[in-house]
Design a protein around this ligand. Structure first.
Ligand SMILES: [Zn+2]
Length: 227
């Protein structure tokens, strides 16, 4: 018979061992909303419809969860004040059925090849935009840089990289993280995780997938120390 403590100890060991394995084996699916994980391996249900509201910022597709919308408004105002640059919303919350239509249209255009469709469009349930916590950001008057790697070189793109953590956002798909996140470098795609986690990730940048493993291991350690 193993004691609860021994059981927890083996769980901790298992957690550490699994940390070197693909994220699919260990990704937590019961995180608080701020840390919800959605990627190509961990898809969100078609029944998942978060509460959203329209953020009071310039641009289009401006719906986000209320806490993320408020943070976005504060951030855009700060960027205008500090850098004299007007950031704009390009694409925020996107419901499951809309992603489904986008994917199906793509599938038709590539003659039904799922491999080809997947390379360009996230499967329904695999897009972080369905959480209501993600936003594609652009800079007013810089249309050619919208949703392109060159956005990183714009004033707005630079300011966003350096300052989004202050408002609880992270750059979700940074350069060199493709193997972990499953998505190419996207300097325009930010994700709301709240100020505490955003500050931790600013101090030690890593993909959200890796960060969630650490959070989970920390939780296990805390439980063990309490015993
Ligand atoms: Zn995006």
């Amino acid at each position: 018979m193993s004691s609860p403590l021994q059981t927890l100890a083996s769980l901790l060991t298992a957690g550490i061992l699994l940390a070197s394995e693909p994220i699919q084996l260990v990704a937590p699916q019961h995180n608080p909303a701020d840390l919800l994980l959605v990627n190509r391996g961990w898809r969100i249900s078609g029944q998942y419809y978060p509460e959203v509201r329209v953020a009071d910022v310039p641009g289009q597709v401006r719906q986000l969860r209320p806490e993320a919308a408020e943070a976005l408004e504060e951030m855009f105002a700060a960027c205008l004040e500090e850098a004299g640059v007007q950031l704009i919303s390009v694409s925020g919350y996107r419901p499951y059925d809309k992603q489904e239509r986008i994917y199906e249209r793509k599938l038709e255009r590539v003659n039904g090849s799922r491999a080809k469709a997947d390379a360009y469009v996230a499967l329904p349930g695999a897009s972080e935009h369905q959480t209501g916590l993600s936003m594609d950001v652009g800079q007013k008057g810089k249309d050619k840089d919208t949703l392109g790697a060159s956005f990183a070189d714009t004033e707005g793109g630079k300011w966003l990289r350096e300052n989004c953590w202050r408002f609880g956002f992270i750059l979700r798909y940074d350069e060199g993280w493709e193997a972990t996140t499953g998505y190419s470098y996207e300097p325009w795609h930010i994700r709301y995780v709240g100020r505490v986690h955003a500050a931790a990730l600013q101090a030690a940048p890593m993909p959200l997938e890796d960060y969630l493993l650490r959070v989970r291991q920390e939780r296990l350690r805390t439980v063990l120390e309490l015993e």
